[in-house]
Design a protein around this ligand. Structure first.
Ligand SMILES: C[S@@+](CC[C@H](N)C(=O)[O-])C[C@H]1O[C@@H](n2cnc3c(N)ncnc32)[C@H](O)[C@@H]1O
Length: 246
């Protein structure tokens, strides 16, 4: 899975950045409220932030602009090349590392105030292993904030609006596109919650942003097709967690 994911992102990073036009923002995903609206992390000045699955580092750059000391990790060299150029263009310094977010060997234990991730954990099959590493690198009382696919979203066929997949049937998902086969992992809510609590996290907040509230839209919604927007008014597309190290 890891190698397939890497290959996909090496081949499609340029297309992703061109099509999605991800804004420089601490963003939780397409059509979702951003950090300025959700306020999950408070004052970021001088905070040490590790972004896992940073992609083009639009979130990382925004953290840095708010005064944080940022490390971004991604598996894809192409995404990191884009991130490096974008950070230079925005005149901010962030440390960019190539690596797998399931193991974080280059990150010292108890070194980070915040670990953040926007839409990258859907590529991780072994959540517990990944969360154990996140727990290790966080300082005491440090927070882990992430957004990922809402598992309900995957159960529904967005055009017919009928249930196409059993909710309980978690695991690998595949979709064939012109540019290749895209694979990701679907985790149920209990799998996400239990993976967090099993490694020691306390869950402080869970958000399922309501797409019907227009004031909550972000510029990311520009890429959403009409049928997806319709579906997003019925079921949540994104799930967001804030968890704290004991
Ligand atoms: C949908 S993009 C999101 C990027 C960024 N967070 C954003 O909001 O634009 C997912 C990113 O996760 C990265 N990724 C996927 N699996 C990974 C893994 N096992 N280790 C590190 N990065 C991974 C991909 O290379 C890609 O850049």
């Amino acid at each position: 899975m890891k190698n397939k994911t890497k290959k996909w992102w090496e081949n499609n990073a340029k297309m992703f950045q061109k099509v999605h036009k991800v804004p420089i923002d601490i963003s939780y995903g397409p059509g979702m409220p951003n950090e300025d609206k959700l306020k999950l992390m408070g004052n970021l000045k001088r905070k040490r932030v590790l972004e896992i699955g940073c992609g083009g580092a639009q979130c990382g750059i925004s953290f840095a602009k708010k005064g944080a000391k940022v490390i971004g990790i991604d598996i894809s060299e192409e995404q990191l090349k884009y991130a490096k150029k974008l950070a230079e263009k925005n005149k901010v310094k962030i440390q960019l590392l190539q690596g797998d977010i399931v193991t974080l060997p280059k990150i010292k234990s108890i070194s980070q105030d915040i670990v953040f991730s926007s839409w990258a954990l859907l590529y991780v099959s072994d959540l517990k292993k990944c969360f154990k590493e996140v727990y290790r690198v966080l300082k005491k009382e440090g927070v882990f904030v992430f957004s990922t696919h809402h598992p309900f979203w995957e159960t529904l066929d967005k055009k017919s609006m009928k249930v196409k997949r059993c909710y309980f049937d978690s695991g690998r998902c595949r979709e064939a596109y012109k540019v290749g086969v895209f694979e990701w992992h679907r985790h149920t809510i209990s799998e996400l919650v239990n993976a967090l609590t099993n490694v020691g996290f306390i869950i402080e907040r869970m958000e399922e942003p309501d797409y019907r509230k227009k004031d909550r839209y972000t510029s990311k919604e520009v890429i959403l097709e009409v049928y997806r927007r319709k579906a997003m008014r019925l079921i949540p597309r994104t799930i967001i967690f804030k968890a704290r190290k004991r």
